[in-house]
Design a protein around this ligand. Structure first.
Ligand code: ME8
Length: 505
C-alpha cells in the first residue's frame, strides 16, 4: 500500500485561530481524505508552534507564564480542528518532550558536522514573523507582511552555514518540477536563491522562551529551526517506525508567506542532517476580507468557529474549497458563503437527494428497486471519478468539486427529463420508473463517496439516507469502478433535509 504524508504549517498560538488557519486545514483535510479514498496509508499532521519571542511577549501581555499561555491557546487550535471535521492523525506541539528531543538531536547532528558556528547577529527582525530582514526587504521601512516597524537586533548567535547548501537546493528545485507548486512560485524562489543565500542565525540569546542549545544553554534555538523539525519529531525521528514509513513528506501545505522557510531553509537543514527532502511543497494564497488582508488592529478578522456555528461546518468548508482558487488569494464574505450554500448545497445537492428519496418512498415503498443501468449516467459518473483525481493531482480543489457538481446537475436534469411522477401513473411503464429510481440512487452513492473529502458531514447524511450499511469513511475509490453498488431490495432511510437554505442576510 503506498503511503501519503501530508502536513500543514504549525500555527502560532499567539492569538485565536483565524480564517487563514481554517482554510489551510480544510485544504489539507480534503487532500488527506481523498488519498485515503484512494486506498493509501495516510498520515496527516498539524499542530502549534509554541516557542519564540512573539509567544513570550504575548504571554507577558496576558500576565501568564509562557507554558500556561500556550497550553490554553493551543487548545483553541485543537478545537478548531475538531469543529471543522479535520481528520488529522496527530497534533504536534513544539513544547512537547518528543519534539524537544528530536530538535536538539538534529541541532547537534548539524553542529557535529561543522555546519554551525558562533558569531554575532546585527540586523533587523520582525517579531510577528519571527524573521530576519535586510533593509531592501522592507516596504516603506516596515515589515512587508505585517506592515509594522521592525526591531534592530544585536546579540551573540550561532549561525548555520546555509550558504554552503545554496547550489544543492537550487539544483533540487530546478530538477524537480513538482517540488514547489503552483509552478510560478518555483521561479520566484529560484530567482531569489540566485540573488544569494546567506548563513542563517539559528539561536537567540536575548530571551529565554525556546529550546536550549545542546552545547550552550545560554542560547535558545531560533524558533523557525525549532518549528520546521515538527515534521519529523512527530514521526519519532530518528528511530521511530513512523519515521521510517512516512518520511519524506509527500506534501507540506503552507501559505505563501512562509515559502522561503520551507523551500530553502528546511531543505538546507535536511541536507546538513543527511536526511531526505520532502517531495513537494504546496503553496496556497491568503484569505482576505472585503479585499483586504486579515488584520486584528484594523478589525478585519473573521472567527471560523463563529461562522461554522452559524452556517454549518460543511457550508464553510464548501465555500473555502469551492470559491478560493488554490494558490491564489481569495475573499471571504458571508454573502458569498450564503450564496454558495443556497445554490450548490441546498438547491442542487439537497434537492437531488430529497426528491430522489421522496420518490423512492412514494413509488417504491422506500425500497431500492431493481432497474437496468442508464448508460449515460453511468458513463458520466465513472468519468467523474477520474476527473476529480486529475483535478486534485493539479491541486485544483475547486475544479474537483465543480466536476462532482456536473454530475449532481446532470442527475437533477435526469429527473426533469424522465419525469418519474408521470411514469408512476402509467402501469405499463413500471420498469422505466424502477430504472430511473435505481440510477438516481446509484448516482447518489457515487456523489456521497466523491464529496466526502469536501463536505464529510453532508456526505455522511446522504449515505445514511441511502441506507448503506458499511461506514462511509471505510469506502475506497475502487467501489466506484463499476455501476451497481447499491443493492436492490435494500431499505432507504426517511427523506430529511440535509442542507437547509439560509435566509437572506
Ligand atoms: O507562519 N490566509 O504560523 P502562522 C491564508 N508558525 N493563510 C494564512 C493567512 C491568511 N490570511 N494568514 C496566515 C507560522 N496563513 C509558523 C509556521 S511551520 C513549520 C511554522 C497561513 O500562525 C500561513 O501562511 O502565522 C501559514 O501557512 C499558516 O497559516 C500558519 O501561520
Amino acid at each position: 500500500m503506498s503511503k501519503f504524508y501530508i502536513t500543514t504549517a504549525i500555527d502560532y498560538p499567539s492569538a485565536s485561530p483565524h480564517m487563514g488557519h481554517a482554510y489551510e486545514k480544510v485544504c489539507a483535510d480534503a487532500l488527506a481524505r481523498w488519498h485515503r479514498l484512494k486506498g493509501e496509508d495516510v498520515f496527516f499532521l498539524t499542530g502549534t508552534d509554541e516557542h519564540g519571542q512573539k509567544i513570550e511577549r504575548c504571554a507577558q501581555r496576558a500576565g501568564q507564564k509562557p507554558q500556561e499561555f500556550v497550553d490554553e491557546m493551543s487548545k483553541k487550535f485543537r478545537e478548531l480542528c475538531q469543529k471543522l471535521d479535520i481528520s488529522n492523525d496527530d497534533f504536534i506541539r513544539t513544547t512537547e518532550e518528543r519534539h524537544i528531543k528530536a530538535c536538539r538531536e538534529i541541532f547537534k547532528r548539524v553542529y557535529d558536522k561543522g555546519d554551525i558556528y558562533k558569531g554575532r547577529y546585527e540586523g533587523l527582525y520582525c517579531v510577528d514573523c519571527e524573521c530576519f530582514f535586510s533593509q531592501r526587504d522592507l516596504v516603506g521601512g516596515k515589515c512587508p507582511v505585517h506592515d509594522k516597524e521592525v526591531e534592530h537586533l544585536e546579540e551573540e548567535s550561532y549561525f548555520f552555514r546555509m550558504s554552503d547548501y545554496r547550489e544543492k537546493v537550487l539544483e533540487h528545485i530546478e530538477k524537480n518540477e513538482d517540488f514547489i507548486q503552483p509552478k510560478r512560485r518555483r521561479g520566484e524562489i529560484a530567482n531569489r536563491i540566485k540573488e544569494g543565500v546567506r548563513d542563517l542565525c539559528i539561536s537567540r540569546s536575548s530571551f529565554r522562551w525556546g529550546i536550549p542549545l545542546p552545547m550552550d544553554e545560554g542560547h535558545v534555538i531560533f524558533v523557525w529551526f525549532d518549528a520546521l523539525i515538527n515534521y519529523v519529531s512527530s514521526l519519532s525521528y530518528p528511530t521511530g517506525a513512523k519515521f521510517r514509513k512516512f518520511w519524506p513528506a509527500d506534501v507540506h501545505l503552507i501559505g505563501k508567506d512562509i515559502l522561503w522557510f520551507h523551500s530553502v531553509i528546511w531543505p538546507s537543514i535536511l541536507l546538513a542532517a543527511d536526511m531526505e527532502l520532502p517531495r513537494s511543497i504546496f503553496v496556497h494564497g491568503f484569505i482576505n476580507v472585503g479585499g483586504e488582508k486579515l488584520s486584528k488592529s484594523k478589525g478585519l478578522t473573521v472567527d471560523p468557529l463563529k461562522v461554522a456555528n452559524l452556517y454549518g461546518v460543511d457550508a464553510l468548508r464548501y465555500f473555502l474549497l469551492r470559491e478560493i482558487p488554490f494558490g491564489e488569494d481569495g475573499n471571504f464574505s458571508e454573502e458569498g458563503l450564503v450564496r454558495r450554500t443556497n445554490n450548490d448545497l441546498a438547491n442542487d445537492l439537497g434537492n437531488l437527494v430529497n426528491r430522489t428519496l421522496v420518490m423512492v418512498e412514494r413509488f417504491a415503498q422506500s425500497t431500492v428497486p431493481s432497474g437496468k443501468q442508464d448508460e449515460e449516467l453511468k458513463k458520466l459518473a465513472l468519468a467523474t471519478v477520474e476527473k476529480v483525481d486529475e483535478a486534485l493531482r493539479k491541486l485544483e480543489i475547486g475544479q474537483a468539486i465543480a466536476v462532482i457538481w456536473e454530475l449532481v446537475r446532470y442527475a437533477n436534469r435526469y429527473i426533469e427529463r424522465t419525469a418519474p411522477w408521470s411514469l408512476a401513473e402509467d402501469q405499463g411503464r413500471k420498469g422505466e420508473l424502477s430504472k430511473v429510481l435505481y440510477n438516481l440512487l446509484e448516482s447518489l452513492r457515487f456523489i456521497a463517496i466523491l464529496s466526502f473529502p469536501f463536505i464529510p458531514n453532508g456526505a455522511e447524511k446522504i449515505w445514511g439516507q441511502l441506507g448503506m450499511e458499511e461506514d462511509l469513511c471505510r469506502q475506497k475509490l475502487d467501489k466506484l469502478k463499476s455501476w451497481g453498488g447499491i443493492k436492490p431490495g435494500a431499505k432507504v432511510g426517511n427523506p430529511q433535509p440535509i442542507f437547509p437554505r439560509i435566509g437572506n442576510k
